[in-house]
Design a protein around this ligand. Structure first.
Ligand code: SF4
Length: 265
């Protein structure tokens, strides 16, 4: 069985503890207006026009996004940095897209990592079938769990899916005392209202102290221009980056309740 990957990033420092290898699985069931990884969304390989500028000249070259790998091939790549994992307390992070969208491939990778004693982190939207989550949650050492919006109508409007399953899965994992770090993409005008922050805080307070780490991921303008640069068919929305004051006030709100808050992941 093969899985579709769009990138493997070695020596990553922001996707979990220690030095990590991050494997990006291609395909995502969500459609966030602020998507920072437009090349991860499609469930198939894609062609795009890569543009380079050198000494006033423009060079265009067609490239392909995504490649198929078996679990063994992916593990060979992952194991190249095993020594760094061991020295730094790191490991491998599966990201996307949504890694669960390739459930069988992901299960194969998580099982292989467990058999080799490699620490695993899973960066997930939480939009996961409960049966699938039940089958593999014990193979994941750390969940990097996205929370995007507490209002279900707005969640649907901005991401294309309901937040119901996402919140229920988070509560379910928390009840099982899993190691969970929340990731909150702060997108001005979309999810940074006081009301949304208060609702998020209320939910997380119920899960505290089993869930006590939150990373605020400030929206970056590069995200919207990336789709254009890649020539991918994605609507690009005008979104501003959050300012330091706004980020600071969100951070303070969570810290007041005892959460450990990071900015940038
Ligand atoms: S969940 Fe992530 S990869 Fe999927 S559409 Fe949203 S931002 Fe993009």
């Amino acid at each position: 069985m093969k899985g579709l990957i769009f990138d493997i990033k070695r020596l990553a420092l922001h996707d979990g503890p220690g030095i990590r290898t991050t494997v990006f699985l291609k395909g995502c069931p969500l459609n966030c207006r602020w998507c920072h990884n437009p090349e991860s969304r499609c469930f198939d390989t894609e062609l795009y026009m890569h543009v380079d500028k050198l000494e006033g000249k423009v060079f265009k070259k067609q490239k392909e996004i995504g490649y198929w790998m078996t679990v063994n091939e992916a593990m060979k790549e992952i194991e190249k940095d095993k020594i760094f994992f061991e020295e730094s307390g790191g490991g491998v992070t599966f990201s996307g897209g949504e890694p669960f969208a390739q459930y069988e491939f992901l299960t194969g990778l998580l099982t292989a990592c467990r058999n080799r004693s490699i620490h695993t982190a899973l960066d997930t939207t939480g939009y996961i079938k409960r049966e699938q989550l039940k089958n593999v949650y014990k193979l994941v050492d750390l969940f990097l769990y996205d929370l995007k919006h507490m209002d279900d109508k707005l969640h649907k409007k901005f991401t294309g899916v309901s937040n119901k399953l996402i919140i229920e899965n988070l509560e379910w994992l928390s009840n099982r005392k899993r190691n969970i770090k929340i990731r909150f993409p702060v997108v001005p005008g979309y999810n940074d209202s006081e009301k949304n922050i208060d609702l998020m805080r209320a939910l997380l307070e119920e899960l505290y102290p089993d869930v006590k780490h939150i990373d605020l991921l400030p929206y970056h303008k590069m995200a919207s221009s990336k789709a254009e640069r890649l020539g991918l068919k994605q609507q690009v929305y005008e979104i501003e980056e959050p300012d330091a004051f706004k980020l600071g006030s969100i951070r303070k709100k969570f810290e007041e309740t005892g959460f450990v808050v990071g900015i940038g992941g």
